[in-house]
Design a binder for this molecule. Sequence first.
Ligand code: ATP
Length: 278
Amino acid sequence: MPIILENVSFFYSKNTPLETAVLKDVNLRIEKGEFVGILGEKGAGKSTLTKLFNGLLRPDSGKVTVDGLAPSSKEVKRRIGMLFQQAADQLFCRTVYEEIAFGPLNFGYSRKETEERVFEALEAVSLDRSMLLRDPFSLSGGEMQRIALAGALALRPDYLVLDEPITGLDPAGKAEILETLKKIKDQGTAVITVTHNLKGFFPLLERIVFIREGRISFQGSRKEYLETENVPIPPVASMMRELKAKGLPVNPAIFTVEEALEEILRVKSLLEKEKTEK
Ligand SMILES: Nc1ncnc2c1ncn2[C@@H]1O[C@H](COP(=O)(O)OP(=O)(O)OP(=O)(O)O)[C@@H](O)[C@H]1O
């Protein structure tokens, strides 16, 4: 069963002079196993939206359910793993082991079961067991992010919700997290990420939800997204669009640099063939 939002509206500081309507009549359904990108301008309401999924915030009107359960239930806290923007802010234990074990122990799993989950989660984020006794704060930004991710994975969530998970990481750290997320999704966990980083995420997204001023202004596939006006698109898609506008018969619905190269070479050989035939 999915995460379902029905006619959801949300205000900060409701019934005060500072009242701000952030989400307006949002309808959304996220299925298990999907890779969904939540995009939109700054302040559009993306982070607020994700906080409704697991009850960190409650809607002022409308309804949120997760597999038919209320977001405030403890089971939903297990089913939805959350990872916020600055992973370091989410870490607070003395060792990497304690950090990853925190969730399972808190949910009452035995020491043995917890240990199994710690090892499994560490493997999922491609880190070595030699790391377990390290102080999390002695790690690189990318490693810290992966430890925070492992902490969320140790509860074997059905949905992983991330807010700008690669912001601030170096290129190697970004690539590691993207690869890990792809693996997690391939194993059946839904990955839902708020991001401005289209370059990194676009090739992975199966569905895009675009928020504009608190409303969903678009939801659909990457291909449909690229056909939409007034939305930011990845640099590679923008280049293909320009080539098409210049009269080259390229397919503009391209998501990765590798595909772009292949498409450009295809068109090049097509044009050369046409020229020799004339
Ligand atoms: N705790 C809060 N109290 C009052 N207003 C808030 C609070 N958190 C966010 N807001 C406001 O709500 C609106 C939506 O914020 P939100 O963080 O959900 O947007 P966002 O789309 O995630 O933005 P960004 O891309 O900049 O992270 C913004 O105008 C923001 O200033």
